[in-house]
Write a protein that binds this ligand. Sequence first.
Ligand code: HEM
Length: 190
Amino acid sequence: MKKPLLFKYVFPFVQWYALMVFLTLVIDYFLHRYQLVYVGRYLGPLGTVVILLSFIYSLKKRKLIESSSPKKLLLLHEYLSWIGSIMILVHAGIHFNALLPWLGIIMLLVVVASGLVGKYLLKKSNESLKDRKLALVSTGLSAEEADKKLFFDSITVDLMKSWRVVHLPMTFLFGVLSLMHIITIIMFSK
Ligand code: HEM
């Protein structure tokens, strides 16, 4: 029996987003309870490095690296950026000191939400590309070659194109606000 669309596409999105918020609150609670709040300071830079590492996918996409498959590296992007986001959310905590970093956090929340939507849109467009894979294989291409070809095709189908209009500019804004936050910290710490 086919799963209803709501369960197939919406539920996984809500589940991953809610888990991110839940883990943030749990970690924040324990850091406060055991007087380890200072750990949160280090989670900012660490989360940033983890998110930056997730962009190995972009290097692969632009053929700047040879190793690994785009599919695996996209999964790495999704998981590392999700984990890095939790670190940054704990770092931000529930304190409100300055406006700019908080605008950055809102951007982060939007980027992760749009990333999760993209993940399931991509799944949907991949499903509609299955027939094309069969056609490619029947022309003599190996299954692996067909997968590689179709992976980037699935990202350029219309649905994904319009989705990138949210995910990418929001990432840019998030990056700018994070950079301003880092510069302010360096300037004002003695
Ligand atoms: C801090 C969080 C995140 C940032 C800053 C971010 C940023 C980006 C950027 C810049 C790209 C474009 C890659 C390129 O064209 O070179 C991208 C692609 C993508 N991201 Fe994220 N992302 C984040 C989180 C997520 C999450 C949590 C998911 C899903 C679970 C996700 C799913 C995707 C997908 C499916 C693509 C592929 C689409 C494509 O290649 O155009 N992202 N992301």
